[in-house]
Design a protein around this ligand. Structure first.
Ligand code: NAD
Length: 248
């Protein structure tokens, strides 16, 4: 059991990669606090997670709401007394080419993907500092490294969470604290977030990927597991790309 008794907060835990991570972490003995906007997704997760080695608690949370974030983190601390792992996984897309991108599209994506990560980490980090230990994982994307037409807003946030991971790896390890912060860059992974991406684009991406296929959420969850567990105890400030060889 690689996460026995670790308390792991996962945002966007009700769907796709976050859900796969919640189930994998619980099967490795973790006590998972899955935070998400979706009531329905959280209910399904609780049912699927029932009977695993660890436990899954669900919290309805909008990561853009700073007061709600603070309240939820306090609730988790009251229940478990510690937070060992934070996975900043919640994310959205609202794509448009530069001339057509609206302010609403820009602000919405910045708020969830960038400010949400800041809100969560600012709320959790003091508890990790107190304990002198922890692992924070920011979910980026290959487009945060390379850009992508139609994703000015999304690419900016995904580059931003890499920069924040590196900044926090430096800040939070002050005075010898063993708090590690890393970023994961998935390539194209089959989850509901891709529902609005045209089939033609997905086929093109598949063709460009060395492994010749779109990834599975479980394949990214395993990277999170590595970074969350003590198996990666000497890794911090790093960016791990898991994209089947899409960009090299
Ligand atoms: P998904 O849409 O299946 O899951 C995202 C989850 O985030 C949903 O359950 C949604 O309800 C939740 N969420 C959205 N806004 C929220 C908010 N304000 N507060 C709390 N929860 C919120 O998508 P996914 O593919 O599993 O994406 C997970 C992460 O992986 C995202 O950060 C995404 O950008 C990133 N990513 C995905 C891919 C891919 O191809 N699927 C590629 C690269 C990066």
């Amino acid at each position: 059991m690689r996460l026995m008794d670790k308390v792991c907060v996962i945002t966007g835990g009700a769907s796709g990669i976050g859900k796969a991570a919640a189930l994998l972490f619980a099967s490795e003995g973790a006590r998972v606090a899955a935070c998400d906007l979706s009531d329905e997704g959280l209910k399904e997760l609780a049912i699927e997670g029932d009977g695993l080695a660890g436990a899954i608690d669900t919290y309805k949370l909008n990561v853009t709401d700073r007061d709600a974030v603070a309240k939820t983190i306090r609730e988790i601390m009251d229940k478990y007394g510690q937070i060992d792992v934070l996975v900043n996984n919640a994310g959205i897309i609202k794509d448009a080419l530069l001339p057509k991108m609206t302010e609403e599209q820009w602000d919405a994506v910045i708020n969830v993907n960038l400010k949400g990560v800041f809100n969560m980490t600012q709320a959790v980090a003091p508890y990790m500092r107190e304990k002198g230990k922890g692992s924070i994982i920011n979910t980026s994307s290959v487009v945060g490294l390379w850009g992508n037409p139609g994703q000015s807003n999304y690419s900016a946030t995904k580059a931003g969470v890499i920069a924040m991971a590196k900044t926090w790896a430096k800040e939070l390890s002050h005075k010898g604290a063993q708090i590690r912060v890393n970023a994961v860059c998935p390539g194209f992974v089959m989850t509901p977030i891709l529902e609005t991406v045209p089939e033609k684009i997905l086929d093109m991406m598949k063709a460009k990927t060395m492994l010749g296929r779109i990834g599975k959420p479980e394949e990214i969850a395993k990277v999170y597991l590595f970074l969350a567990s003590d198996d990666s105890s000497y890794i911090t400030g790093q960016v791990i790309v898991a994209d089947g060889g899409l960009v090299m």
